[in-house]
Design a protein around this ligand. Structure first.
Ligand code: EPZ
Length: 421
């Protein structure tokens, strides 16, 4: 396993290009299964999760090749309906092949994703939606098996439960509905930009979809879909991570190849924290603008503050004078970064779904352990500003969702290197 060593104290300056969105490309790769024809997807980031999805597509019988950010997927006629445990256990997003396989083959068998560091990852909403499309659901031996009773039929689906909206459940139902007989209405659909990007790709394949980006999506089933070409949107979470990197080091960064409108809630909170963010068409310039001020943050579904930037915002809060309250409403125990930040001198106290952060003057570098993708990013951010060296272990978590992170930070002036553990 690799580790990353960071010498803190350098202000980041310069320009950085954001890669394509992990959370947009993964469901788009699954959607390519909806036709036997070849689809070409560009601006694809080279990430562990993307490579895992390529392996999964191949294990299902599709041809899939990723070269220089360009992915070619040709599912062909002989798809298999089984997504094996050994691949699904490493990446929860594998669950989004359920909908396409069910729509294409009339059946699918996917290993239950199980939990991960940020909490239990149920799929009850996925199954509720597919069942509403006339699928039969069976759960046995750690696998979920779905089978169309006759043909998938469109229906009105309220995709909610004890919780608000679900991104991948919306994706799964939307993909399955594209080939169902009749009209499907998804109420309480997720509005994330990644869902919108998937809908755009499906429409290029010939799907009839309106309403994406709103809580009500309507899909008119069609008989067949064809291959399509699509460029993936920029990764808003990677972009947000770099906004926080500039803020925490008191630097001055131009973040390019990003979509500022995908980060309005985050940029609003940075402004409140005393950070200057200037938005341009496909970039944003971020620099500190005087003393940092404490802000309170609550994570909620888009367009509110995203859970995937909660840990990064907390890293900034740990060195912001005063008290900041960060409340996590998506994954209530997504606080694995708190004890690790504590090892660096941060003062964070958990109260149920909230973290009370007392800003300290200085963090001190220390060996810390990454636990999940975004917690790892927070530890890197803290290391950039801590006194001395910080050693982040188990960086494979980072490699799941950040392309060339050390190279990008080095180009901005950070002292960061990777070593074998
Ligand atoms: C997507 O996961 C993202 N992953 C996550 O990003 C992100 O944190 C999450 O959306 C929320 O924005 C991908 O897109 C690949 P959800 P998803 O279903 O779709 C509960 C990252 O770091 N829920 O929107 O799996 C669930 O437990 C990852 O890039 C149910 O109760 O998330 C959670 O509390 C982490 N039943 C909430 O809904 C269900 O059937 C939101 O989950 C499904 C979800």
């Amino acid at each position: 396993m690799d580790k990353i060593i960071i010498e803190g104290g350098r202000r980041l300056k310069g320009e950085v290009d954001i890669s394509g969105s992990k959370n947009a490309v993964l469901p788009i790769m699954a959607a390519a299964l909806l036709t036997e024809e070849e689809s070409v997807v560009t601006n694809v980031p080279s990430l562990w999760d993307v490579h895992t999805m390529v392996k999964l597509l191949r294990s299902l019988g599709a041809k899939a090749i990723l070269e220089n950010g360009c992915l070619k997927v040709k599912p062909g006629k002989n798809l298999k309906p089984l997504a094996p445990y050994k691949l699904v256990k490493t990446m929860r997003a594998s669950v989004c092949v359920l909908g396409p396989l069910l729509a294409r083959l009339g059946e699918a068998e996917v290993s239950l994703p199980g939990g991960c560091a940020i909490g239990p990852r149920p799929i009850d909403l996925h199954l509720k939606g597919l069942e509403a499309l006339n699928a039969e659901i069976m759960i046995e031996h750690g696998y979920v098996k779905v089978r169309a009773k006759t043909k998938l039929r469109g229906s009105e689906i309220y995709l909610g439960g004890g919780y608000g909206s679900s991104v991948l459940a919306t994706d799964n139902v939307m993909m399955a509905a594209t080939l169902a007989y009749g009209k499907t209405v998804i109420e309480n659909a997720a509005c994330e930009p990644e869902v919108v990007d998937l809908a755009k790709f499906l429409r290029k394949m010939g799907a009839k979809i309106v309403g994406e980006g709103s809580p009500r999506i309507e899909i008119e089933g069609v008989r067949k879909l064809h291959g399509a070409e699509h460029q993936v949107i920029p990764d808003r979470i990677e972009a947000g991570t770099f906004l926080y990197a500039a803020a925490i080091t008191g630097g001055d960064i131009l973040v390019r190849k990003m979509e500022p409108s995908h980060l309005n809630a985050v940029i609003d909170k940075l402004h409140q924290a005393g950070v200057r963010v200037e938005k341009f068409k496909n970039s944003a310039r971020v620099r500190k603008n005087g003393r940092l001020k404490p802000v309170d943050i609550t994570t909620l579904p888009y367009p509110a503050f995203p859970t995937d930037l909660q840990a990064q915002a907390m890293a900034l809060a740990t060195v912001t004078p005063g008290i900041s309250v960060i409340t996590e409403k998506i994954y209530p125990n997504r606080f694995m970064h708190v004890p690790e930040l504590g090892r660096m001198g941060a003062k964070v106290f958990l109260e149920g779904p909230s973290a009370i952060v007392h800003g300290v003057k200085k963090l001190s570098g220390a060996p810390v352990m990454a636990s999940d993708l975004r917690a790892s990013a927070a530890l890197v951010l803290a290391g950039l500003v801590a006194e001395g060296a910080t050693e982040v272990q188990r960086v494979y978590h980072l490699d799941r969702g950040y392309e060339n992170l050390e190279q990008k930070l080095t180009s901005l002036g950070a002292s960061i290197r990777r070593e074998k553990e």
